[in-house]
Ligand binder design. Structure first.
Ligand SMILES: [Zn+2]
Ligand SMILES: [Zn+2]
Length: 391
């Protein structure tokens, strides 16, 4: 089959690889009808997340049709079923899965020894996301092996186009969880850093969850326009001070809730000296991640507020103002998304027309064009916000 394969830093190729096969009774094979490039794939593209290996198949946002099931799937899934595949692989029966903490499933990471060493405790296996999370082949491919397929799936009805459903596997529940973690009250101002695909979903989620006001921060005009269309007040950080504008909007009190939809690759700009400092330290290996957004959120957040972090971080950050964080009594909530905790509710909201997540798609191309689209997406060329690939 054909797939997008990681070969090294900024080197993703459209390769011929062997077809996946049932390796375990609980496996299923899915023929991928649509997949997407996620913002967090760019961290792999840039080789900022450790433990990628040449030959790894990319992709963790995908959907398709079940074409084969193992003997242990036990009727939970059958040939012909239409499914969205969550990016988190879940066993459905460990203590964490039973509590709905799916992204920290205790059984699905087949490289547990490696992750135990690095993280203290292993987290769930993830598709197409480094050997720290199991080294499972991803879904930017014609076919995908789904381990623990009896639990790791979201069944979706026929008659709704792929584009409306695909993002149930990652960015929609990721933006949703980010907003839910803020415990939004009707009087809240929710500020969201980053208007990429997850930021866009977080904006709409915060609106659906009843925030009084949503403020979105980015520098790319197309992304800011999309944020505004979703109901946000926008701040272009190239043109004005984020802290000053947020304080102005909130009578000097700061936003009650802050969401970091940027993660470890915060934009580097000379007008923000700490971003230059982070870039320099990152280049010499003294810091793995660039946490400008975290510092800004801690500074501007209203005392007793909440900081929610769906953005991906990979390792160590420097100069986090612990004194501000502690004295202001801020709560930090974070985590990879517990996808299946949210998807029944979110599928219903799509079916009822409360939201159509396909608004975020700017490019739909063949899988073969994937390697080029990584660059277009990374450089935000051609007004690119979100890429869908058709195998
Ligand atoms: Zn993702
Ligand atoms: Zn589990």
């Amino acid at each position: 089959m054909k797939a997008l394969v990681w070969h090294g830093k900024e080197d993703i190729r459209y390769d011929t690889v062997s077809d996946p096969e049932i390796e375990h009774p609980r496996d299923a094979i899915v023929k991928v009808t649509s997949c997407a490039i996620c913002g967090s794939d760019l961290h792999l593209f840039h080789n900022f997340i450790p433990a990628m290996m040449p030959g790894d198949i990319m992709g963790h946002e995908m959907m398709g049709e079940v074409v084969e099931v193992g003997s242990g799937v036990n009727g939970h899934l059958k040939k012909g079923d239409r499914v969205v595949v969550p990016f988190t692989i879940i066993c459905g029966e460990c203590d964490q899965c039973k509590r709905g903490n799916f992204s920290v499933c205790q059984n699905s990471n087949r490289k547990k020894h490696l992750a135990d060493k690095v993280f203290g405790h292993a987290t769930a296996g993830l598709f197409g996301y480094t050997h720290l999370t199991g080294g499972y082949p991803g879904g930017q491919a014609e076919y995908l092996r789904v381990p623990f397929a009896d639990a790791t799936h979201i069944k979706v009805p026929d008659g709704i186009p792929d584009e409306k459903l695909l993002f149930l596997g990652d960015i929609f529940p990721t933006g949703w969880q980010a907003a839910v973690q803020c415990d939004i009250q009707p009087t809240d101002t929710v500020a969201i850093w980053g208007c990429g695909p997850v930021g866009q979903m977080a904006i709409r989620s915060a609106v659906l969850l009843g925030a009084q006001r949503v403020v979105a921060i980015d520098r790319v005009p197309e992304r800011l326009e999309m944020a505004e269309a979703g109901g946000a007040i926008t701040i272009n950080f190239d043109e004005e001070s984020v802290v000053e504008r947020l304080n102005e909007l909130t009578g000097g009190e700061g936003p009650e809730k802050c969401i970091d939809a940027v993660g470890l690759e915060a934009h580097v700009t000379p007008s923000l000296p700490d971003t230059v400092y982070d870039r320099a330290k990152q280049m010499v290996g003294m810091e793995s991640d660039r946490p400008h957004v975290l510092r800004e959120m801690i500074y501007v957040c209203r005392p007793a507020g909440v900081i929610s972090i769906p953005g991906v971080y990979g390792g160590l950050v420097d100069k986090i103002p612990m004194g501000q964080l502690m004295n202001k009594g801020l709560t930090i909530r974070t985590g990879q998304t517990h996808v299946n905790r949210w998807t029944d509710d979110l599928l219903r909201r799509i079916e009822e027309g409360q939201i159509d997540p396909s608004f975020v798609i700017t490019h739909t191309v063949s899988l073969e064009e994937g390697p080029e689209m990584y660059k277009v997406f990374r450089d935000k060329q051609d007004s690119c916000v979100k890429v869908v690939l058709k195998p």
